[in-house]
Design a protein around this ligand. Structure first.
Ligand SMILES: Nc1ncnc2c1ncn2[C@@H]1O[C@H](COP(=O)(O)OP(=O)(O)O)[C@@H](O)[C@H]1O
Ligand SMILES: [Mg+2]
Length: 249
């Protein structure tokens, strides 16, 4: 091994999630056509691309909400194709669904406790709650308030906090910026960066390509059920096609 390849090898992080040749149909409609992707430990990876391209379908297949017609999903090297969402959660794979979907008539605290409900190890719940409140002081201040009375930005924070209560190794998020004003979008992504720095790997779907490329390490560009481009975000940002199609350049 020469010196350069040794350096690359040493910097190579283990693969946490691998999707290989996924194909998904909705009835006769082909929604995902043989896509493959990888997420390494410690990364933030973004799936970008236009509406209807198959980004959410990919996330749903990964977290067990739908069964792919072909292909394989490996989490920490184990085939998880046939596991139910709750089984994946206990393995450390947790989804923050699109549109937040907090329990609006329950309090902030009750919502967070729901997140921990699925976990076997209850003793850690208090510790996790403290971490979530440390990350989101607004949620701590408002813990007794009904979730439905929070602003959309705060509800997104709550949805993320609830997922963190499950102690994810891999946090999946579908369109975290949707319906948020620009200031709140930045806030949410800053929090995601903080969550990532404390050891949680992140895979997110985002129609807002600009914010996704600013914050992610790598991205996959989807179009009509296929991945048409992939790479480190610092290279994708400079790519002519990306500039023209997604960044208004
Ligand atoms: N539940 C569903 N039933 C039928 N078709 C669907 C369903 N969900 C998504 N699709 C179709 O699958 C394709 C991919 O959708 P989706 O994964 O939601 O795209 P994206 O998240 O990139 O906007 C689209 O053509 C969409 O209309
Ligand atoms: Mg979607």
């Amino acid at each position: 091994m020469n010196r350069l390849s040794k350096l690359i090898w040493a910097g190579e992080k283990p693969v946490l999630l691998e999707a290989k040749h996924l194909t998904v149909y909705y009835d006769a409609v082909l929604a995902l056509d043989d896509i493959s992707l990888q997420v390494k430990e410690g990364e933030i990876v973004a799936l970008i691309g236009p509406n209807g391209a198959g980004k959410s379908t990919t996330l749903k297949a990964i977290c067990g909400l739908l069964t792919p017609h072909a292909g394989e999903i490996l989490f920490q090297g184990e085939n998880v194709n046939n596991l139910q969402p709750y089984q994946l959660v206990s393995k450390g794979l947790c989804l923050v669904p699109e549109g937040r979907r907090v329990f609006t008539t329950m309090t902030v605290l009750e919502n967070l406790e729901m997140g921990a409900y699925i976990r076997k190890d209850k003793t850690k719940t208090v510790e996790e709650l403290e971490k979530v409140f440390h990350l989101f002081p607004r949620l701590k201040e408002r813990q007794k308030q009904k979730a439905g009375t929070l602003s959309s930005g705060e509800q997104q924070m709550l949805a993320i906090g609830r997922a963190l209560m499950m102690k994810p190794k891999l946090l999946l998020l579908d369109e975290p910026s949707i319906g948020l004003s620009p200031n709140f979008i930045e806030d949410v992504f800053e929090k995601l960066k903080e969550i990532n720095k404390t050891g949680t790997t992140i895979l997110l779907v985002e129609q807002n390509a600009r914010i996704a490329l600013d914050y992610a390490d790598r991205a996959y560009v989807f179009d009509i059920g296929e991945i048409i481009l992939e790479g480190p975000t610092e290279l994708l940002i400079k790519d002519n096609r990306i500039q023209k199609t997604y960044l208004g350049g």
